[in-house]
Design a binder for this molecule. Structure first.
Ligand code: CP
Length: 352
């Protein structure tokens, strides 16, 4: 375990870390989780340190798990609403006395605290795919303290870490685990791709048998798919794509159905800047919903996963998400949500 190599590093994408480093983070997360359960507290690890959290979008889990995590480690998390500060903006997107250039915000916060965490996707960057990730990279360019990605328009690396920690706890490891990430219907097309993209990246990096299931038109970023294929080759895992929901779920150990937007939602040239077309594609596939019948196709000891918030009655039936106990398959969504806390404490302890 080479923990010294983490100090001062940014966490913008899972691809910034090796498999060995990701496994170290998961080990540290489990250690912190077990210690807390035993009443062993680590409130000196980040004593007197400050995490600045800038949220361009809403959040329940991310905000509260980072905030609780910093408290448990002896530090403080400071919530910043971009509408109540001078909104951090890239050069060319500035408005006098309303925004402040990211390079200036980053250097000011760098002088006062110990890490900067940012969430940004969708409307704040006018659905320009990659625009939010570029904003985070600009923060990282100017701040010497670590910059952490709390979800952008490409990656949600802490959600993905919590997802694979949950798999490790439920199945004891990754090899031989059939991991299905599937699209599911939601009435809202305003859903980023970050969760499914991070989930399939980690799952293929760690050697699982990964299936990505979605209707035609709901393809993910081709660069992410290429990276998954490469990870699967190196890890001796598998990676495949199907346009058939039932085929995707059959014999899965992990069933992870959630909505994400189609590429047409994004601005040109990546997309078509066409939410109406996105809605029409969504509405053709209302039958992509996780029900008891869906779970009956999966492995008998499967787990249902979702990053939350879930659109109950659309993405998933109540009697699936609420079945948190066996016999048979179970919903693991609250373990998954709790694990946000433990993986983030691990990363913050290592990089701060
Ligand atoms: N899963 C997740 O990121 O939840 P929040 O949007 O509530 O932070």
């Amino acid at each position: 375990m080479k923990t010294t190599t983490f100090k001062g590093r940014d966490f913008l994408a899972e691809t910034d870390f090796t498999r060995e480093e990701i496994e170290t983070i998961l080990d540290v997360a489990l250690e912190l989780k077990r210690d807390r359960a035993m009443g062993v507290y680590h409130d000196q690890l980040l004593r007197s340190k400050t995490l600045f959290m800038i949220f361009y979008n809403q959040s329940l889990r991310t905000r509260n798990s980072f905030e609780a995590g910093m408290t448990q480690l002896g530090g403080h998390a400071h919530f910043l609403d971009p509408g109540k500060i001078y909104t951090p903006a890239l050069e060319g997107k500035e408005v006098a006395y309303s925004t402040e250039r990211v390079s200036d915000v980053a250097r000011v916060l760098d002088r006062m605290g110990d890490a900067i965490a940012i969430r940004c996707y969708g409307d704040p960057v006018d659905w320009e795919y990659g625009g939010a990730h570029n904003l985070l990279k600009e923060f990282a360019r100017w701040a010497d303290i670590p910059v952490l990605n709390m979800e952008d328009d490409i990656y949600h690396p802490f959600q993905g870490l919590a997802d694979v920690l949950t798999v490790k706890e439920k199945f004891g490891g990754f090899s031989g685990v059939n991991f299905t990430m599937s699209w599911a219907y939601s009435p809202s097309v305003h859903k980023p791709r970050a969760v499914p993209q991070s989930a399939i990246l980690y799952a293929s990096m760690l050697g699982m048998n990964v299936t990505l299931a979605h209707p035609e038109g709901m393809e993910l970023d081709p660069a992410i798919i290429a990276q998954c294929n490469e990870y699967a080759r190196v890890s001796n895992g598998k990676f495949r794509i199907t346009n058939d929901f039932e085929d995707g779920v059959r014999n899965a150990h992990v069933v992870y159905p959630k909505a994400w937007c189609p590429v047409v939602m994004f601005k040109q040239p990546v997309g078509e800047d066409d939410p109406k077309k996105a809605q029409a594609i969504f509405d053709e596939h209302k039958d992509w919903k996780c029900t008891q019948e869906t779970m009956a196709l999966a492995d008998k000891n499967a787990i249902y996963m979702h990053c939350l918030p879930a659109d109950r009655g659309f993405e998933v039936a109540n009697d699936v998400i609420d079945k948190t106990e066996g016999p048979g398959w179970v919903s693991a969504v609250f373990d998954e949500a709790e694990n946000r806390l433990h993986v983030q404490k691990a990363v913050m302890s290592l990089v701060m």
